[in-house]
Design a protein. Structure first.
Length: 443
């Protein structure tokens, strides 16, 4: 009896840059787009008005905060997080509505659960995005932070905070930009109570769903940490030591929150986990990206399927696959599946059952899958991953794992010329070899 299949491979889509320098996603899944959000101002102008009325009009305009006032408030919040001073942190929102104060209380509690080596909010510009009729002003803020032991560089996310002037306190935070249609870059600490588990090589951060058993989330996170820790030497054995050999995994409460963390309106219905680029510029070292787990889909996998998926995604983290726009997608995904299935005890016919159904009927693919084939809406998404995996498996069997890795790295620089350079075969001959291999393994 063939071993059970883990289901379709779970992948790397190249993620979108959303609203500001933020997180790129890979389900480990797919393609890059840019989505910048700009604020809308409601401050009236005096164009076309009688100059004699200018003084009266100016008197009615709301005062705008001085950048030094805003910087002072933000610096106080950073100190409060550093010192774990709950009272000082909440003092910065003491004039805000009760619901916002409750959100900020939860935020502070969540931040204290994390191994932060830095957390600060920085004003981008004193120019208001939105000025409300009540005299409040919404500003764009950049949040910068590091997780101790995992981030060499700061992660940078965009936020929106609304400031209001109070006679007894000066400028204070009274809300965020949500009511004005401005959404912060999502973070795992935004909702629910955090649970944090530290492994030998992993940091797993979960957002506990409402009504969850007290120890239930920690048990799940510990299992994920164990699997990631076990996957590190497997990945390193294939791709080498040129990565940090550590990883942060985010486990939100549900799929909607996972999609928020990924951004770019990514549909995770068919995806159990994906690698994402944590924003902080393009200089971040391999190993500093994140793995986001879609809990419902991940929970439906078998134990072996979960190991395959997490090893697959960890390979993307180790190779920087989530931010790789040059290497052919079949190599990015195929290498990750090759490492994921290594020592997993799945037969080829079981793991590639969708492709096998086609090959048995005489429908062999004419070409290697391209980036469009790995889109989450592709009708042949499982087959694309299976085709890519078996192409990489063929190279490893015939030329060795070291040559497969050399091909992976050369293809990003040389494109199709890498086939001749590394394997001494032209692209057309490689495709013919691969088609024969599919027939032999699956028919």
């Amino acid at each position: 009896m063939e071993p059970e299949s883990p289901g379709p491979p779970f992948t790397i889509t190249r993620l979108r840059k959303s609203r500001s320098p933020r997180l790129f996603a890979a389900a480990i899944g797919v393609a890059v787009a840019v989505n910048l959000v700009s604020g809308v101002g409601y401050v009236a102008t005096a164009q076309g008005r009688d100059p004699s009325a200018e003084g009266a009009t100016a008197a009615l305009r709301p005062a705008l905060p001085d950048s030094r006032d805003v910087d002072a408030v933000l610096a106080g919040r950073a100190r409060a997080v550093r010192d774990r001073d709950r009272q000082a942190f909440l003092a910065t929102v003491a004039s805000a509505p009760a619901a916002f104060q409750a959100d900020q209380t939860r935020l502070f509690t969540n931040l204290t659960a994390l191994p932060l080596s830095g957390w600060r909010q920085q004003l981008e510009t004193a120019e208001p995005l939105v000025t409300g009729p009540d005299g409040t002003t919404t500003l764009r803020i950049t949040l910068r932070y590091r997780l101790r032991g995992f981030d060499r560089a700061e992660v940078a996310h965009t936020q929106y905070l609304t400031f209001g002037r109070r006679p007894d306190a000066g400028w204070v935070i009274v809300g965020d930009g949500a009511s004005r249609g401005l959404r912060d870059d999502a973070e795992i600490w935004d909702a629910g109570r955090l649970t944090v588990v530290r492994g030998r090589h992993s940091l797993v951060i979960g957002n506990q769903p409402a009504g969850a058993r007290r120890n239930g989330p920690k048990t799940t996170l510990r299992a994920i940490a164990r699997r990631l820790d076990a996957a590190v030497p497997i990945v390193t054995g294939v791709v080498g030591t040129r990565w940090d050999r550590r990883v942060v995994a985010l486990v939100p409460a549900d799929r909607a929150e996972a999609e928020g963390l990924v951004g770019g309106r990514q549909d995770l219905t068919r995806i159990a986990a994906l690698a994402t680029v944590s924003q902080g510029g393009t200089t971040r070292s391999p190993g500093e990206d994140r793995i986001v787990i879609s809990p419902e889909t991940f929970g439906r996998l078998s134990e072996r399927g979960r190991r395959v998926v997490l090893t697959h995604e960890l390979t993307h983290v180790a190779t920087g696959g989530a931010r790789d726009g040059r290497t052919p997608m079949w190599l990015i995904e195929g290498l990750a599946d090759y490492v994921g299935y290594k020592n997993a005890r799945f037969s080829v016919r079981s793991a590639a059952r969708e492709l096998r159904d086609e090959v048995i009927k005489g429908r062999l693919p004419a070409a290697l899958p391209d980036r469009t084939d790995f889109g989450s809406s592709s009708d042949r998404l499982p087959q694309a991953y299976e085709e890519a995996w078996l192409a990489c498996r063929m190279v490893a069997e015939r030329y060795g794992e070291a040559t497969l890795l050399r091909l992976y790295r050369a293809a990003g620089r040389r494109g199709d010329a890498a086939f001749k350079e590394i394997l001494d075969v032209p692209p057309a001959e490689f495709v013919a070899m691969w088609r024969d291999y599919l027939r032999k393994e699956l028919a």
